[in-house]
Design a protein around this ligand. Sequence first.
Ligand code: IFM
Length: 721
Amino acid sequence: MWKVQINHFNEATIVHHGNQFLIGNGKMGYRGTLEEFNKEQLVGLNLPGLYDQFEDKWRESVNAPNPFFTQVKFGGQVLNPLLLKPIQHEQILDIKKGIHSRETSWMLNNTMITIQSERFISMVQKDLMVMKYSVTVDQLAELVIETGIDGAVWDINGPHLENSDVQTIDNILVLNMNTQELKIPVVVSEGILTNKDVNENINLDHEQIMRSLKLTLKKDETFTFYKFASIKQGESSNEATLETKAAMEQGYEVLYQEHVEAWDDKWKLADVVITGDEEAQFNLRYSIYHLLILTPTSEYASIPARGISGQTYKGAIFWDTEMFMLPFYLNTDLEAANKLIQYRVHTLDGARRKAKEYGYRGAYYAWESQETGDDACSHFNVTDVFTKRPIRTYFRDKQIHISGDVVYGIWQTYLRTMDLNILINGGAEVIMECARFFYSYGYYNLDQDRFEILDVTGPDEYHERVNNNAFTNRLVLETFTILDQVLTLLKEHKNNTYQQLIETLNFEADYQKILEITPKLYIPQANDNHVIEQFDGYYKLEDVSVEEVKSRLVHPNEYWGGGNGVASSTQIIKQADIVTMLYLFKNDYTDGVKKANWEFYEPRTEHGSSLSACMYALVACDNGNPNWAYPYFMKTASVDLTGKTKQYAGDIYIGGTHPAANGGAYMTAIYGFAGLNIVDDQIQLTPQLPDHWNSLSFKLVLKDECYQITIEKDKTTIVKE
Ligand code: IFM
């Protein structure tokens, strides 16, 4: 099963299907809406690496004009399911090929008119979008097809594009605009080829540029046009036009074929095969599909928390990338993994600026990072549903674990490749600056003779500004430990680089101080019940159930955190916090501690974040309980199929796709159920499949070799390919 399919039209699910039927290639994402839809239905061609700020609104990624806009008119009636009920409607996403298709029929004036379309964003030519669009009638009929570029773009905090200039060059339509803030050109061009000659007029409006095709179709005749669209960022209309022309010369079939072959190559390495559970198989493949359409194409852009599904969360990059998505790319596409790491190297100066802004030294990475690494996160990131006033949140100021997450990601990449270039080409500098930041942020408690990390927000965002969040403290310890390992390695193998870094960063004194303080760093330990307190004073909070907290809500979209929120004074947490720590640092903790904490924190977790369930699944597997893990795995893997996630935080729309959950599903299969562990280039497996699974198999790229790993009930095989 490789297809997501719906067989009827329902207005209420337009937004969900926009996410569910998304296509993309890492550089662009196109929402799963119908060709006749517009910004009201959240049509979106998202450009994840391009950002803009309009006036004093939130800076966010840019959505480009829509080159696929097409509507058919018959007898003066626009064929649009919102205006006229179709007699048949089907929408399909083929996740094996990265192709979206639809077929819709209407009965009007005793004539059946059927629209079929098939579209893709080329996985080969990254600025290219291609569509085949057909209309069939069962009676002689006169039709008008309007197709062109719709410049009326859906924006959350826009408009982001200005100075629209429309032109036609050799019958290619071109819409030229630029971003408001940095004046970066965004050019959309499109050309069409038709299966028969038609009468065509072009209407140039300042935001829209449309072809109007007038045609008469005989009984049972089909009219087809092929559309080739080029979207250029920072380039001129000339480049866009040339690419459109070249694509038209190549033709639909050739472009289709190369696209499908590129997808085939991707699946060869990325697929994970489950036998004995079709639903789990499909959900997992669907999650991997999302990771594939997010494969980074540049080292100057990374993967936003809502992927390429739109501008939610400002199109920004969070810790989601390193902690939940990077493992997939490390196992299947090292080049992509390196781009993610290089993105953090290129944004180091932004992190330095943020540290300085708050009065610290070193690098404090952006909670919501864009192209420069400056923080896009607002101090008031949620709006109160009752008063409509902004709520002061401390994600930006206090979620300091982000710098540790970046360090962790770089180190994991180094451990996987043992390639010193990762450290030499900026990785070591990032690690040094992050360690320095933590050193300057921490507090030496003279009375207790220990180094503490105060006033932070951990992964559980409902409890802000807490002291000694165990997860954060443990990650700081990891950062200090990695720092020492990195500097020792460089000193031994690349002494020149070592000396140069120490001198340019003036790091000698900090290095010594960090080494001295590391043994004093306070790491909260398990109590007599083997439970670790999430932060100082957590146990003193009201001990209530999630259901009880829910029953106290006055409004369904009310924000649970933010100091005064319903959860803030209780032990109810938003997402896996201690449990995330237990997964990341599994060797530090006994099975007893893992079990006790899982059992203690799970009933206290709202799972209000899509990052939560996979961590519970991973720790359950690590604890030898795959059947406990299974429902959390299924929840994670189906998140973008069901659309059952929070759509609002207060009054702010937070819908879209969930790449961290997609990555978490992959992690659960590979690190949980297969129990993969790589130590010194050796593949170790501790498999524990759910009872009803027969087998699990996947590929692993390790040091230029590819391994096929197959886990069956009673045997495990590793074959070098
Ligand atoms: O990074 C997450 C955070 O942990 C919870 N809120 C949403 C963010 C983006 O996914």
